[in-house]
Design a protein around this ligand. Structure first.
Ligand code: COA
Length: 711
């Protein structure tokens, strides 16, 4: 296999060949040459077409092998069925990157041809971008090797897009929004190069301040996770994901599987990696611009300056929603703003300059906020009034920013009619972060703060692997248990085996025995002490309650005898062909908060863990959150705190706080067992009872599923 080539030459190629370059202006092969030329590309351009001649002043070579110079990238714009045959010339020329524009591959089910191309490319040391792409624009080169718009505004936002049409539209939209791009890369079918490869380059690319990704599906999630961890520490990554499909999860055997809709996992994993997930394209673009142009905040405290109480309240609500902390030191606010705010205004945050505020009042308030040592960011709101023209903001802010420099993040929201809207457009043109909607301004500042916190946290986080090494789990004992199940060709562990797995990991389980007869059942019940629980043990019955195979809270010997007979009767009637391996007699455990903790292998992201409110109704309540594994204790706590179950664990209505550290321990242990045992596909504890702080946790029901043998 060929050596992987550095991504640098994809973004900064020294030479480019266009296979399928055409002199017909309506063809993509012409458009690409035209765009490369218009972008002021300084490298060498080699159009390739059997007809030879000249296109836009460039000499056309009949065959790529006729080119004497080295070639970094080859943009291939010929129909899908001819692409493979064109590769041998590229291989001979040792082309580094193949950018395959053509559609007609895996996206229409033609996976075989795509794989053939990738395999050949790899064998010959070439990397493939696409197929099914519109190309690449990179401001560093500069090169516009796309068939999209001719002129692309340079700047500091990089876009990676899986959708071609949306990508091309985003070029237009970013230009309309005055957002400059450092790069835009179409990844199409991601047959080889994917987001992770590109993040590697863009993460350390100094002209790229923000990375925006439009993703439809993740193929190699583990690679993406590790790339993201590296990048989000240093610069913001914003993601928009389409495709909220739950396909694939439906057939899963465990709750962890069926609750794990692809979108839920994507969302939670992105959060874990510090990615900012935008709901809409507009929101993503707002954030991109704000984060690319705004100075970094030095602290959390924000101030709202407004001329209207109403928008001030809306902004206050928005601050809560988007995690913006409002500065509330009244004394300091009074000192800072008392000279600016009229008597009937308010120096509390929101600072209300009142409806009679003039541009001068705004200037003073902004200056005071910029000067203040305690205020770290500013939300400046304006409601159209008769007192002054919104356009006054333009000159005033230009003045203010050139004198005092905006050393702090400032988000403006100006609300009103046509004049106000045109003032906002002018402010945008001047490079200010201005919006016509209060929520847009606050959500942008919120995104900036999210990144600020993420970067700080990731920088100080110790590696998950280091933390997990401290867990003591007897993997040899677990392997022995699994081997028995494998020998018996079972795809799951019996409850007593699953309990032994928990024991090997130091997770408490109820005292349990398996009775093979009624006499044994009574004997074990007496040994454990009443009350007890009885459950059928059968390799053919996975959902025991559904067949009437579970009896709880049995207080006496007589009740145990009755329960034994009822369970046997129910199973014979409702699952007549099931083999009964015995009846489990277990200590009846009460109290504690019932939660679910699970781990499984996700098709896209590899090992994942799940936490949520437990019990019978998990799938109805859907109060769950996910994380990719490995993860740190701190991240596990975050995952727990995202659910409603968290408030139960903190202790509601006068109850004691529960043993959250035992819960974290259990989550990390199930994840570790799954990762270390290649045979396990799912582990799930439901319910896992969490007792009061210091009293630990107890795994009541455990399900361990094995991968189909031969996998
Ligand atoms: N080497 C060099 N040139 C070749 C060639 C080869 N092996 N095979 C064919 N050519 C030439 C053709 O003769 C033609 O030149 P001409 O205009 O001088 O006759 C040129 O390359 C283009 O080939 P053509 O057959 O005319 O294809 P096309 O331009 O109509 O379409 C694609 C090619 C790739 C654009 C088209 O097949 C396609 O896939 N379109 C969809 C692209 C898309 O949407 N991508 C995803 C965007 S997000």
């Amino acid at each position: 296999m060929g050596k992987t080539t550095e991504m640098k030459y994809l973004f900064e190629p020294r030479s480019v060949a266009i296979i399928g370059a055409s002199s017909s202006p309506d063809k993509i092969g012409y458009k690409i040459v035209e765009n490369i030329k218009a972008s002021g590309y300084k490298g060498k351009v080699f159009p390739i077409n059997p007809k030879g001649g000249e296109i836009l002043g460039y000499e056309v070579f009949p065959n790529i092998e006729d080119v004497k110079d080295d070639i970094d990238i080859a943009v291939i714009s010929i129909p899908a069925k001819f692409v493979f045959d064109s590769l041998s010339g590229c291989a001979k020329k040792r082309v580094k990157f193949l950018l395959i524009i053509a559609s007609g591959f895996s996206e229409i089910g033609n996976l075989e041809e795509e794989q053939k191309i990738v395999q050949y490319a790899r064998q010959n040391g070439m990397r493939v971008l696409g197929p099914n792409i519109f190309g690449i624009f990179s401001a560093s080169a500069p090169i516009n090797a796309t068939f999209g718009p001719k002129y692309i505004k340079s700047g500091s936002v990089a876009i990676i897009t899986q959708s071609g049409a949306l990508g091309v539209a985003m070029i237009g939209k970013t230009s309309a929004e005055r957002i400059g791009l450092s790069a835009i890369v179409s990844v199409g079918n991601k047959s080889d190069i994917d987001e992770a490869d590109l993040l590697e380059y863009l993460g350390s690319h100094k002209d790229t301040k923000v990375i925006l990704m439009y993703i439809e599906g993740v193929k190699n999630g583990e690679k993406l996770i590790s790339a993201l961890y590296k990048v989000t520490k240093v610069k913001p990554v914003i993601a928009i994901k389409a495709g909220r499909s739950k396909r694939g999860a439906i057939a899963a055997a465990s709750h962890t599987g069926s609750l794990a809709g692809s979108d839920e996992i994507f969302s939670d994993v992105m959060k874990q990696c510090g990615v900012l997930r935008a709901e809409t394209i507009q929101e993503a673009l707002n954030w991109s611009k704000f984060l690319a142009t705004s100075p970094k905040p030095k602290g959390e405290d924000a101030v709202i300056i407004t001329n209207g109480g109403g928008v001030g309240v809306i902004a206050t609500d928005a601050c809560e929603k988007f995690g913006v902390n409002l500065y509330d030191n009244l004394n300091d606010l009074k000192v800072t703003f008392s000279e600016v705010v009229p008597q009937f205004g308010s120096v509390k945050n929101p600072v209300d300059l009142t409806g009679q505020a003039t541009i001068l009042d705004y200037e003073k308030a902004l200056q005071a906020s910029l000067k203040s040592k305690s205020i770290n960011s500013i939300i400046c709101l304006f409601c159209e009034t008769a007192t002054f023209d919104a356009n006054d903001f333009i000159g005033s802010l230009k003045n203010l920013s050139s004198n005092a420099r905006f050393t702090k993040p400032v988000a403006f929201a100006l609300f009103g009619g046509e004049k106000v809207e045109s003032a906002v457009a002018s402010l945008k043109r001047e490079g200010f972060s201005a919006f016509t909607e209060v929520y847009e301004a606050v959500s942008s500042l919120g995104a900036l703060y999210s990144h600020y916190r993420i970067a700080k946290e990731l920088a100080s986080q110790q590696s998950a692997e280091q933390e997990l090494q401290k867990l003591s789990i007897d993997m040899d004992a677990i392997s022995e248990i699994i081997n028995i199940a494998k020998q018996e060709k079972r795809s799951f562990l019996f409850q007593n085996e699953a309990q032994a797995v928990m024991k090997a990991a130091g997770i408490r389980t109820p005292k349990t025995f398996i009775a093979k007869s009624l006499e044994e059942a009574v004997l074990f019940a007496e040994r454990i002490g009443y009350p007890v629980v009885m459950k059928v043990v059968s390799r053919d019955i996975l959902h025991k309650s559904d067949v009437g195979g579970v009896m709880l809270d049995l207080q006496t010997k007589e009740e145990v005898i009755d329960a034994y007979q009822v369970i046997m009767h129910n199973c014979k009637r409702r699952a007549p062909s099931a083999r009964i391996d015995g009846i489990e007699i277990a200590e009846m455990i009460k109290g504690g908060v019932e939660v679910i903790a699970g781990a499984r292998r996700d098709g896209a992201f590899g090992p994942i863990v799940m936490f949520g409110l437990g019990g019978k109704y998990v799938e109805v309540m859907k109060d769950v959150s996910f994380r990719a594994f490995p993860l740190t204790k701190r991240e596990a706590l975050k995952m727990i705190s995202e659910t409603k179950a968290y408030s139960l664990l903190l202790g509601t209505r006068g109850e004691e706080r529960k043993d959250i550290s035992s819960l974290i321990d259990a989550i990390l242990k199930v994840g570790t067992i799954l990762c270390k045992s290649k045979d396990i596909s799912d582990i799930e504890i439901n319910p896992l009872l969490i007792y009061d702080e210091g009293e630990g946790a107890c795994a009541l029901d455990i399900r361990v599923m094995l991968k189909p043998q031969g996998d």
